[in-house]
Design a binder for this molecule. Structure first.
Ligand SMILES: [Zn+2]
Length: 81
């Protein structure tokens, strides 16, 4: 599988989360429940995306949802990607 730089993984996942929250708010305000359903799909996609790509480039272990650490908690690899 193609590797995505960690910085881009973070940007993409936060964009997906923001989009999901926006869709939930819109769906709630406009009473369009399919928007809320779509938001849940986007949120699940963001979680799956993080689970696949939010990994240390050296040891390959999952970095967790915080993910903003400067070093891998498992092997100490610098995560400035
Ligand atoms: Zn590591």
């Amino acid at each position: 599988m193609k590797k995505i730089p960690l910085r881009q993984v973070r940007i993409i996942s936060w964009t997906l989360y923001a989009l999901a929250i926006l869709l939930i708010l819109l769906g709630w305000l406009l009473r369009l429940f399919w928007l809320i359903a779509a938001a849940l799909v986007v949120m699940v996609a963001a979680i799956v995306f993080l689970a696949i790509f939010n990994r240390c480039p050296r040891c390959g272990r999952f970095l967790g949802h915080a993910g903003e650490a400067a070093f891998c908690p498992h092997c100490g690899e610098r995560l400035d990607g």
